[in-house]
Design a protein around this ligand. Structure first.
Ligand SMILES: [Zn+2]
Length: 168
């Protein structure tokens, strides 16, 4: 696994290079269609801004270090189209994006339906998925982090499907 940090402008290029390397290794990678890729990268920028604001606003040392790690994940992970093997995940009610069980090496996968989602809602979805990759598997706890970050960044959160389910 190659892990590096890149400046913001390099994401799209780095993702393209990463996909080339993975493609050459025979791993299954599904590039997003250009319009969705542009939207996803725009949403990534927004989510990183919110995370920076949340880190600045947080008074809690351990919370800040978790937020830093979530931000680092969002800076590095490729955002890909959901592979066809995972189609049933996307067909489940309300699923816009997901990560796979091997969190340490998972990419962020977007379902086709996410094309209808606004950039700001997608930014929040990316934060949710990055929180999973950070190690949080429980959907209620992940949503708590998502809402906490929006609150610290002083943004009005979008309500995901778990908000009511988890009584948040
Ligand atoms: Zn989730």
């Amino acid at each position: 696994m190659v892990c590096m940090r890149f400046n913001k402008g390099a994401y799209a290029l780095i993702n393209a290079l990463l996909l080339l390397v993975l493609g050459a290794c025979g791993a299954q990678v599904n590039q997003l269609d250009p319009a969705l890729l542009e939207k996803a990268e725009g949403a990534r920028e927004v989510s990183l801004t919110w995370l920076s604001e949340a880190i600045t606003a947080s008074n809690d040392l351990s919370e800040r270090s978790s937020l830093q790690r979530i931000k680092g994940i969002l800076e590095e992970r490729a955002i890909l189209a959901a592979p066809s093997d995972y189609k049933e995940i996307c067909d489940q009610h309300g699923t816009a994006a997901f990560v796979i069980d091997d969190l340490s090496s998972s990419y962020i996968y977007l379902c086709e339906g996410v094309g209808e989602t606004s950039k700001s809602a997608l930014a929040q979805i990316l934060i949710h998925e990055a929180t999973h990759i950070h190690g949080e598997r429980d959907e209620c706890n992940t949503t708590r982090w998502e809402l906490k970050i929006m609150d610290l960044a002083a943004r009005i959160p979008h309500k995901n499907a778990y908000v009511d389910e988890c009584g948040l």
